[in-house]
Design a protein around this ligand. Structure first.
Ligand code: C2E
Ligand code: MG
Ligand code: MG
Length: 728
């Protein structure tokens, strides 16, 4: 009942309850009882009557009254027993004892028993009403007071709940800077319970590096908008140990506002301390770090990216200027990386880049920066350079590190790197010019046969930069008849005679001069123009064979290079036979050179076409053998006649006497009964070695560079011997 009333009070129904106060009149004397009731009713009260003590108990137990007028002397139950009953029930209904007995004892008894007032019979109606009014007024005030208290309690509970379940750390400090309150959030945030912190000075919670900033914030005495805005601070966690402060602190954004108490003096208030809120920034920090990381790093290798590299470069320039030092920018580019991607797929390519990244890392000195600039391009920044020897030393180290085979997905991959270097300040004073010049040097390294390092110097010409215009020119080159074929002799050591030529294309560009195929074949492949170039080369070769035949020269073999795009063409085989027929040539005079990777790209399809070619009598050679990824089992199945050992292995013989791969390739070719040609033979040393290994056919500058048609014809006409016959 009481609880219900409280609810109703809280709900604002208090007034309704009080609009007509309900009063119980308890008296055994009927006349008095009725007169009392009449007076009350007449004055706007709702009056009930109880005829005796027992009746009173029943009614009191049954319903709520706002006041009770109680007679003491009743025959059955005495008034004090009724009071007793009310007290035992915990009712707060005010009782006015109305009695003829006005002895001090009985008044005291009544008041002790819980009565609020005492009225002596006989009474004046006015007096009675005044007493009733007083009692009711007091009760109303009490109820209102209680309701306000309850509301306050409730509201405090809500606030405490809100404060403690806030996602932010909320605190108050006393005037000396000791925590006087912290909310429960502190426990999940820093590991302290609130009671551990209350009483502690704020400085015990601050990361040592942030102390001075924290003092500034926590000493805030201003209020409102003038108070300090949020400041970033690191708070120490409970588990914090001195050596790993960094990881054991939480970054928060904290504010502080002065806290004051009103005083009697209207114009002065007393400073109590500070209160404020700290927001946990860990998540935001993490997000910011991730964003920063992603913006400045290559996500595959985790290395700095171009943007961060440029940052470091600018720092290096400033530092080198200040200290009068030199530093180097080293641009690296993997050789033939596109091949790996094209033939083995991007997953493999990515793995290789990762492996290259970690090998490069191992070559660094402290303070060097390694970045991935994109694709297969890496860049090194080598500060505090003593001389260019250091750079060359590091470049050699890098080249050697990448020369060892990579084991990726059960395959052995070989990857070499070309390097271009520019040095501050002589090769450029800005980041952009240093990178540009290192790139030019890199381009020269590529044209110098790859797997080497070039230092920039003024005489180096820029590479054919404007790709768009080159592409445009390439489209017109055929119709403008700008391509020429050079023929590089292939010599048989047994006879010393030229047994064949490889047809090599050149582009006689009207402005840029003679352009090497390495500079336009990749572009032709990308744009698809390669198929037309291939057709052109096929016809040119056939035409040349026919010319020689008509000149009555003894027949030699011509080899043409075939690009993957050409083989993909449905009429590829047919085209070749048509060309041979049109020129009335025997098919054994033509050899097609393909790379191993081409076979691996689409084994089924390619093998079918190669079989058709071979069945028609055309020879098939594997070019650049050893640099690709073909497996021996495939080679055995394919209709192959010739293996061309890649120049890089021949160069190894001269460079470091490493003959292991060449020896293995020769042994394998002999085992498979394949014809062998060594490419890029430049020295007597190489020749002697190959001769010992009984590798009989060779092609290289030692015998002849590629020749134009006229020179090649002269060679054949004059039966020039390019090598001493091993038979002689
Ligand atoms: P390749 O088929 O491996 O040709 C051999 C390359 O090595 C030629 O370069 C040749 O000039 C060069 N060379 C020959 N002997 C030596 C030597 O002793 N030392 C050195 N360092 N190099 C030597 P070139 O003519 O610049 O051709 C480059 C590549 O361009 C060729 O490599 C071939 O893959 C491609 N290519 C050339 N002509 C054609 C063509 O008509 N069609 C297609 N699809 N590709 C072609
Ligand atoms: Mg070739
Ligand atoms: Mg080759």
């Amino acid at each position: 009942m009481l609880a219900e009333l409280k609810q109703r009070i809280i709900a604002g129904e208090v007034h309704k309850v009080y609009t007509t106060p309900r009063i119980l009149v308890v008296d055994d004397e009927p006349l008095l009882r009725d007169s009392l009731r009449d007076i009350l009713q007449h004055n706007g009260y709702e009056a009930s009557v109880a005829r005796n003590g027992r009746d009173a108990l029943v009614q009191i137990a049954r319903q709520q009254f706002d006041a009770i007028l109680l007679d003491l002397y009743m025959p059955d139950v005495h008034g004090t027993e009724v009071l007793d009953f009310i007290a035992r029930r915990g009712l707060d209904t005010p009782v006015i004892v109305v009695s003829g007995d006005d002895s001090v004892d009985s008044v005291i008894d009544a008041l002790r028993g819980g009565a609020q007032d005492f009225l002596r019979k006989p009474y004046q109606a006015d007096e009675l009403l005044k007493r009733v009014g007083n009692v009711l007024q007091r009760r109303r005030l009490e109820l209102e007071n209680r309701s306000i208290l309850q509301q306050m309690e409730q509201s405090e509970k809500w606030h405490r709940f809100l404060v403690n379940s806030s996602p932010d750390f909320i605190y108050t400090l006393d005037g000396e800077g000791h925590f006087s309150f912290v909310n429960d959030r502190v426990e999940s945030l820093l590991g302290y319970t609130p009671s551990e912190l209350v009483g502690q000075h704020f400085s015990s919670l601050i990361h040592p590096d942030d102390i001075s900033r924290a003092q500034y914030v926590f000493n805030e005495r201003r209020t409102g908008k003038r108070a300090t805005r949020y400041t970033e601070l690191r708070l120490r966690c409970k588990a914090c140990r001195p050596h790993n402060l960094e990881s054991k602190s939480v970054t928060v954004e904290l504010n502080a506002i002065g806290m004051y108490e009103e005083t009697d003096n209207k114009f002065a208030s007393r400073y109590l301390g500070t209160y404020g809120v700290a927001k946990d920034l860990s998540e935001r920090k993490k997000a910011e770090e991730t964003i920063y990381y992603q913006a400045y790093h290559d996500l595959l290798t985790g290395l700095p990216n171009r943007a961060l590299y440029k940052d470091h470069l600018n720092l290096a320039i400033a530092q080198a200027r200040r200290n009068g030092e030199k530093f180097a920018v080293m641009c690296l580019d993997l050789d033939h990386f596109k091949l790996v991607n094209d033939t083995l797929g991007h997953v493999f390519g990515d793995e290789l880049l990762l492996a290259v990244g970690s090998r490069l890392r191992a070559c660094l000195r402290e303070g060097d920066t390694l970045a991935r600039m994109g694709g297969d391009e890496f860049s090194l920044l080598l500060p505090k350079l003593v001389g260019s020897d250091t750079v060359i030393g590091i470049a050699d180290k890098v080249i050697a590190a990448l020369n060892r085979p990579f084991n990726i997905g059960n395959r052995e991959l070989f990857s070499t790197v070309s390097i271009g270097v520019s040095i501050f300040p002589e090769d450029g004073e800005t980041g952009d010019s240093l990178i540009k010049h290192a790139d030019i040097a890199l381009y020269h390294a590529k044209t110098c046969g790859r797997a080497n390092c070039q230092l920039f110097h003024e005489g180096m010409s820029a590479p054919l930069s404007n790709r768009l215009s080159l592409e445009n020119d390439l489209r017109h080159a055929l119709e403008r008849d700008q391509f020429v074929t050079y023929y590089q002799p292939q010599v048989d050591l047994n006879s010393g005679q030229v047994v064949g030529f490889e047809c090599l294309m050149r582009w006689l560009h009207p402005v840029r001069g003679l352009i090497s195929p390495s500079d336009f074949i990749p572009l032709a492949e990308e744009t698809g123009l390669i198929t037309q170039l291939g057709d052109w080369m096929l016809n040119t070769a056939c035409h040349q064979l026919k010319t020689w035949k008509e000149l009555g020269l003894s027949p030699v073999r011509l080899a043409i290079n075939i690009s993957p795009r050409q083989i993909e063409q449905p009429q590829f085989v047919e085209h070749i036979h048509t060309a041979l027929n049109q020129h009335d040539l025997h098919s054994s005079l033509l050899e097609v050179e393909i790379t191993e990777n081409l076979i691996m790209k689409d084994v089924e399809h390619t093998v079918e076409k190669l079989k058709q070619l071979s069945a028609g009598g055309i020879k098939i050679a594997i070019d650049d053998f050893g640099t690709g990824y073909s497996s021996l089992t495939y080679l055995k199945k394919f209709p192959i006649h010739t293996i061309k050992i890649d120049q890089s292995f021949i160069a190894d013989i001269e460079r470091d006497g490493d003959t292991s791969i060449v020896t293995a390739i020769i042994a394998m070719a002999k085992g498979l009964k394949l014809n062998l040609i060594a490419e890029g033979v430049e020295t007597e040393n190489q020749l002697a070695f190959l001769r010992r290994m009984e590798c009989d056919e060779m092609q290289g500058y030692l015998f002849s560079e590629p020749l134009d048609a006229q020179a090649a014809t002269a060679l054949l006409t004059n039966h020039v011997s390019l090598a001493a016959s091993s038979r002689s």
